[in-house]
Write a protein that binds this ligand. Structure first.
Ligand SMILES: Cc1cc2nc3c(=O)[nH]c(=O)nc-3n(C[C@H](O)[C@H](O)[C@H](O)COP(=O)(O)OP(=O)(O)OC[C@H]3O[C@@H](n4cnc5c(N)ncnc54)[C@H](O)[C@@H]3O)c2cc1C
Length: 312
């Protein structure tokens, strides 16, 4: 757990201080990558960052797994689409209205996993008691999300067991080790992926990753999904280079991207691509004694292509 950064001359990151049971440990590094999801190092260094749309972020979700499910009967009854059919959303609304259950999200996603008799459940919707989307950067919000997520998990598991075909003898296997976080703080980069870049499928000469994923914005009563059909957009290198400061790059969901754009660009396979690219970028900067902002994104793209990234 990084707890602070070492700064040279107020603007060059020289490594990080991490927590250990023996006390603080200083790790000196020629180059540092902030893949904390929360742009923690960017903020610790005082480099520019921002939080969602004027502080508003997407809600966290407590993922859990259900075991003891008859998956064949489940799929036969509800189909292969992991977004559950309208009849389930309507049943949830009906049961809520009758005060039988308290299930805050009616559009739910249940995925059979690669393991036998198991469903992965993406269904909770965690908002604060005051109606805000919780932001786990704040310790109080984090605690509320952890407790509320587990309460909701129990309620959904009860609903599934009592109402869904194939789930009659199901039990909760586990939850995530902590509540799942979609969005918190992001780095302000020398470039910013815009909402329009995503919806219009913008390509960049210095694009270092490709994404066809829709805007999948979890906020409010129902997730907003805006598809990008038969197309993709690219994410430029500058989205990972902090606007000011040296010796630091970011990778993962804390990239520089607008609120709706990050609701697409944050997903897993894309984060793999960012890690691939930014690892190379840091290596090139160290070997050539360059600053991250002087490295050409187009050159980096070529390096990735040599690895088979297929960015044409
Ligand atoms: C509920 C939910 C459902 C999702 N569903 C899908 C899906 O179906 N498909 C898909 O592709 N994507 C999905 N995503 C998105 C995807 O899982 C994440 O956006 C992606 O994993 C982000 O990766 P990351 O490495 O940037 O951040 P994270 O996965 O958040 O990893 C950050 C890591 O940094 C560590 N860390 C944080 N702070 C510090 C610190 N100060 N010092 C040291 N370490 C630190 C954390 O412990 C963590 O291990 C979902 C996300 C959520 C929350």
């Amino acid at each position: 757990m990084a707890t602070s950064v070492m700064l040279e001359g107020g603007e060059r990151i020289d490594g990080a201080v991490v927590f250990t049971k023996e006390g603080p440990l200083q790790i000196r590094a020629k180059f540092t990558v902030d893949a904390s999801g929360d742009a923690d190092l960017v903020a610790m260094a005082g480099f520019p960052s921002f939080i969602g749309q004027n502080g508003k972020v997407q809600n966290p979700t407590m993922i859990f797994r259900l075991m003891g499910v008859d998956v064949d009967r489940f799929v036969e009854r509800y189909g292969k689409d992991t977004i559950m059919p309208n009849e389930i959303s309507e049943l949830i609304q009906e049961k809520n209205a009758g005060n039988e259950y308290q299930l805050p999200r009616a559009k739910i996603w249940l995925f059979p996993t690669t393991r036998p008799n198991e469903l992965l459940c993406n269904c909770t919707r965690i908002v604060g008691k005051d109606g805000r989307e919780l932001n786990v950067l704040f310790a109080k919000d984090f605690t509320e999300a952890e407790i509320e997520g587990r309460k909701q998990m129990r309620e959904y598991a009860r609903f599934f067991r009592d109402n869904l075909v194939g789930c009659e003898t199901s039990v909760v296997n586990d939850t995530g080790v902590q509540v799942g976080v979609r969005q918190t703080r992001q780095a302000k980069g020398v470039a910013m992926l815009t909402n329009t870049n995503v919806t219009q499928g913008t390509k960049f000469k210095d694009g270092i990753a490709r994404s066809p994923w829709p805007i999948e914005l979890h906020a409010g009563a129902k997730p907003k999904v805006e598809w990008l059909l038969n197309d993709f957009y690219e994410v430029p290198y500058g989205c990972f280079v902090p606007e000011t400061g040296e010796g630091l790059l970011v990778a993962g969901r804390c990239l520089s991207a607008e609120h709706e754009a990050v609701a697409s660009a944050r997903v897993t396979a894309q984060c793999f691509s960012y890690g691939h690219a930014i690892g190379h970028a840091a290596n090139l900067c160290v070997r050539n004694g360059m600053a991250a902002r002087t490295l050409s994104g187009a050159d980096l793209r070529e390096v990735l292509n040599r690895d088979g990234a297929r960015l044409a």
